[in-house]
Design a protein around this ligand. Structure first.
Ligand code: FRU
Length: 488
């Protein structure tokens, strides 16, 4: 990818410890420093001033061994203790970086425990020291993980969301000193329980066009509307400092529930929010891992496996079906746009038309699609002589079809068609499509539906074609911007 985050080498999965501090965004991530496959989980680290251009830093929290026991650094979050008031860092430290993660303890082949640990950094997140009195939360479980800690202003305390993965329950804790934690409540099981629950994120999200109004949204990484895959679901509700309860306005989640799917593609998982965003930034920003455990280990990429999504700014929108999540790529992304290539309007009846051919498959494409009476209408992306990735609207669904997207044979679960139910607004479907070599992120109707998928096209398969089948469709305001690379 040219404008998505990837590590310089080796395996990555979940984003961890997303935090803004002193002009810099920190992205920590699940990382194997030694190989291009999952293992020796440690926290990799990168920083950015704009969430687009990332500077790679050395591993921040490495896996460690004590006696014959090894603790891997599983997923978690980070907060800043301003002024080092809780005294975790050495005296005189201005601001103490505190990472809360899951210690995954093994002894040889035996899996012994999962509990929540703390590590702190006095040098701005570059290096961390393990807290001497770890673990900070231990319930004697092997399936208890992914602490998501954030500051709860109304009660001036930290709250930690965790999951009891196999029980499909989130468990919340509170603390005023980050060291001692008190259990508050559970949420679940509900919604999708077809897979273990992982990576909770509890976030206050503003409602569009209702100044000052917000709801709490609980994100859970779990199953996918298509069986066999993992994905993310969300719950809209209220958090009163103690308990998370579902919003009575929103329909009770069933599995799979249309209203509760975060991303309808196969490659968006383990997303969490940034902590301590500047006050000017009133909407939360989340980043997810663009991959799926169904085939992650088999990706045909080297020297690294895994990437992060574009940072997404989130809000809620009031709809007939209740409050729904809306996701938009951060607006700073517009700065990466090169010279626009435009097409004012095209009407197609049972035919296709080449729009352009890009040389490097790294662009943003926006258009208004009027499906009209066509049975199927859309865009063929990353098109070469024998391959294409098809984004189409058919039967009330926005589909992303990657069955012929290039190299699809590396895993039997990879070839797939994603399907997101979508209603045109005044006959129009607004599409914002980001293609970046091996990544496609589609935002439909201003972020009401999102589809994120990996593809592995042939290097020069850069064709873009508009098409309408079984009727007439219109394509308005078609604009393509080549995107500038963010990696040095
Ligand atoms: C999610 C996850 C987490 C865990 C981490 C291990 O992708 O399985 O639950 O902490 O990855 O790498």
């Amino acid at each position: 990818p040219r404008y998505h985050f990837t590590p310089p080498q080796n395996w990555i999965n979940d984003p961890n410890g997303l935090v803004y501090h002193d002009g810099q965004y920190h992205l920590f991530y699940q990382h194997n420093p030694f190989a291009n496959q999952w293992g020796h989980m440690s926290w990799g680290h990168a920083v950015s001033t704009d969430l687009l251009r990332w500077e790679h830093l050395p591993v921040a929290i490495p896996e460690f061994t004590e006696g014959d026991k090894t603790t891997a650094i599983f997923s978690g979050s980070a907060v800043i203790d301003a002024g080092n008031r809780r005294g975790l860092c050495p005296p005189g430290t201005k601001n103490c970086f505190v990472a809360v993660y899951t210690g995954n303890v093994t002894q040889g082949d035996r899996h012994l425990a999962q509990y929540q640990n703390l590590a702190f950094s006095a040098d701005g997140g570059r290096t961390f020291t393990q807290y001497a009195k770890n673990p900070i939360v231990d319930i004697g479980s092997k399936e208890f993980r992914d602490p998501n800690v954030f500051w709860y202003e109304p009660e001036k305390k930290w709250v930690m969301a965790t999951v009891k993965a196999t029980e499909h329950r989130a468990a919340f804790y509170e603390s005023t000193d980050l060291k001692t934690w008190r259990f508050l409540s559970h949420f679940g099981p509900t919604g999708d329980t077809t897979k273990v629950w992982e990576c909770p994120a509890l976030v206050r999200v503003p409602i569009q066009n209702e100044p000052g109004k917000s709801r709490w949204v609980l994100f859970i990484s779990a199953g996918h509307p298509q069986p066999g895959y993992v994905g993310m679901q969300y719950f809209v509700g209220n958090f009163d400092g103690n308990t998370f309860t579902l919003d009575p306005e929103n329909p009770k989640p069933t599995a799979p529930a249309v209203a509760n799917v975060v991303d309808w593609g196969k490659d968006y998982y383990a997303a969490i929010q940034f902590n301590h965003l500047p006050a000017s930034q009133s909407n939360p920003i989340m980043i997810g891992w663009t991959n799926n455990w169904a085939y992650a280990g088999s990706l045909p990429t080297t020297p690294f496996k895994g990437a992060m999504s574009l940072p997404r700014q989130i809000s809620l929108k009031r709809t007939a079906a209740g409050l729904q999540l809306v996701q938009r790529p951060i607006s700073a992304l517009n700065a990466l746009r090169g010279a626009a290539q435009k097409r004012a309007g095209v009407r197609l009846s049972n035919r296709q038309e080449v729009f352009t051919k890009t040389t490097d498959n790294a662009y943003e494409l926006t258009l208004d699609l009027v499906p009209g009476n066509a049975q199927s209408a859309g865009i063929r992306l990353a098109k070469g002589p024998n391959e294409e990735t098809v984004l189409r609207y058919a039967n009330g669904n926005l589909q992303l079809d990657r069955r012929r997207s290039g190299n699809v044979g590396f895993h039997k679960s990879f070839p797939s068609v994603e399907e997101a139910p979508l209603t045109p607004q005044n006959g129009v479907i607004k599409l914002r499509i980001f293609v970046d070599k091996s990544l496609v992120e589609v935002f439909a109707n201003d972020g009401e539906r999102v589809i994120t998928d990996q593809i592995f096209p042939t290097e020069n398969a850069g064709g873009i074609e508009l098409f309408a089948e079984g009727g007439t469709a219109e394509f308005r305001n078609v604009v393509l911007w080549p995107m500038k690379a963010t990696a040095p």
